[in-house]
Ligand binder design. Structure first.
Ligand SMILES: Cc1cc2nc3c(=O)[nH]c(=O)nc-3n(C[C@H](O)[C@H](O)[C@H](O)COP(=O)(O)OP(=O)(O)OC[C@H]3O[C@@H](n4cnc5c(N)ncnc54)[C@H](O)[C@@H]3O)c2cc1C
Length: 459
């Protein structure tokens, strides 16, 4: 460890706070979304400014200690923390500013999707992000980012205009299509490999502010027909419409009859990024896939829909995820899905198929570091439970389901959904872009200072 004098010098240079294991607030500062992660950094630098980030990066590099970078701390793998080393914690840097006339927003590196949505919705604007408002813009963007607006407007990275980055040398640089263009390419899917992003600039679109969105819920007995008809329906759906499927035990939602609560169901979650009246006509067939047990669909602020799943995704629970990409969904895959949903190991576990396609497919695989442009669906088996005694059972179920569905998956993996034990998937996550990422890494981080991530090795 660096000397206490060196640590005191760092502390005095900061606008933000430096926390060590004996400080009040240390345990709160090392708590992240996934309650399974229990790492104990030696130093947590809660940055208040880009200058603080520079001090923290220089300190970790010069003292040869491990460095981790935290946005909003949502990554399932807990890569935003490290044991013993230094955490560059951006969670207090959450400012978002909007230039409505130019349709641009800038978000600091610790902002959440909720922070971004709230600021942009005030102007009837939005950019595609993810589906849970407490997720960080930083990690989500650096891995790719997709959600309800992605079929219409592309992935989050497709809407990134520029970024301010603190490099391994401690330099503050701008990355955009015209400045440090290779770095900009690498940031769009290459994860946190190249530096600490202190500011993201996004292109915005006129969205709502009210959109048609909601849930249509079917009984599990109709699962196969619903999954088949959903697949066939979305194959010709316009880019404005996203319909995801979620299979899980029904939460006690007020619009569902009590006898359904706790029973397996198939949920169609939908959002129409256009005129709600057009959307209402388009979604009519979704009600005829079987006999729904409940429906909650209406016109509501998009920013509210972005928070609709927050109550099911609160921080602190134990989580273990596995995911596959798919270009098609086969009937045989559905049989496996149904078999495993029949043995869910906890009421909070779920399997979902997010619908991509549309605008996410249009860029070439090499246009950004994120390469999986042919993906039509991303499946996530979301193991989630409360009691550590259930760890083994729930993890084994998630892994077994992942293996059983592997034969139907297309190549690749999504870095933002990968668990800590999936180091063997790093190459396939970066796919055909890996070698170019290595070249960017050699230029910006040849000593691999930024390595607590889905690491691109410089050598
Ligand atoms: C409940 C939930 C819902 C989700 N839904 C979606 C979804 O709909 N769509 C989707 O695409 N993804 C989704 N994700 C995945 C999400 O994109 C990743 O978890 C992402 O890493 C979260 O970003 P974060 O800033 O909170 O991550 P953190 O855990 O803080 O960071 C993850 C990693 O990103 C890097 N990093 C973070 N901040 C910076 C920075 N400022 N500069 C450089 N590197 C940085 C670091 O390597 C760090 O280890 C979801 C995750 C959760 C837990």
């Amino acid at each position: 460890m660096p000397s206490s004098t060196a640590i005191a010098t760092l502390k005095s240079a900061l606008n933000g706070t430096l926390l060590t294991p004996t400080d009040t607030g240390y345990d709160d500062a090392r708590a992240i979304w996934n309650g399974m992660i229990d790492k104990r950094p030696a130093l947590i630098v809660r940055c208040a400014s880009t200058d603080d980030v520079v001090h923290a990066v220089n300190f970790a590099r010069d003292n040869g200690i491990v460095l981790a970078v935290r946005g909003a701390g949502h990554h399932i793998a807990g890569s935003s923390l490290c044991d013993d080393g230094l955490v560059v914690d951006l969670s207090q840097m959450k400012k978002v500013t909007v230039d409505a006339a130019a349709k641009r927003a800038t978000a600091e590196g610790g902002a959440t999707l909720g922070d971004l949505d709230a600021a942009t919705a005030a102007h009837g604007l939005a950019t595609p992000t993810g589906i849970n408002s407490t997720t960080g813009v930083a990690g989500l963007t650096l891995g790719g980012g997709f959600g309800w607006l992605s079929r219409k407007y592309g992935m989050t990275i497709d809407n990134l205009e520029s970024a301010e980055v603190v490099t391994a040398k401690g330099e503050v640089v701008c990355a955009s299509a015209t400045e440090n263009a290779e770095l900009f390419w690498g940031l769009r899917g290459g994860g946190g490999n190249f530096g600490v992003v202190t500011r993201f600039e996004y292109r915005l679109h006129a969205v709502g502010p009210d959109l048609l969105s909601g849930l249509i819920v079917y009984p599990f007995a109709e699962a196969k027909t619903v999954l088949q008809r959903h697949r066939d329906f979305v194959a010709t759906a316009p880019d404005e419409l996203s319909v995801w499927t979620v299979l899980r035990k029904a939460p006690p939602l007020p619009f569902l009859p009590a006898e359904v609560h706790g029973k397996e169901v198939v949920i169609l979650a939908l959002c129409y990024a256009g005129d709600p009246q057009d959307g209402a006509k388009l979604i009519e067939p979704l009600r005829t896939f079987g006999t729904p047990v409940g429906e909650h669909v209406g016109v509501q602020p998009f920013a509210a829909w972005q928070q609709a799943f927050d109550p099911l995704l609160t921080p602190g629970a134990r989580n273990y995820w596995k995911s596959h990409n798919f270009t098609t969904l086969s009937d045989e895959l559905f049989d496996v899905v149904i078999e495993y949903v029949g043995t869910l190991p906890s009421p909070q576990c779920e399997i979902f198929f997010a619908g991509l396609g549309g605008a996410t497919k249009r860029p070439a695989p090499g246009a950004t570091a994120y390469p999986h442009r042919a993906t039509e669906f991303v499946m996530n088996v979301h193991g989630r439970w409360d009691d550590a005694a259930d760890d083994k059972r729930c993890i084994e179920w998630s892994r077994a389901y992942f293996e059983a569905t592997k034969p139907f998956a297309s190549a690749g993996a999504y870095v933002n959904f990968m668990t800590e034990d999936e180091g063997d998937r790093v190459r396939s996550a970066y796919g055909s872009n890996y070698d170019r990422l290595v070249r960017v890494k050699r230029e910006y981080d040849p000593e691999n200072l930024f390595r607590t991530n889905w690491n691109v090795k410089p050598a």
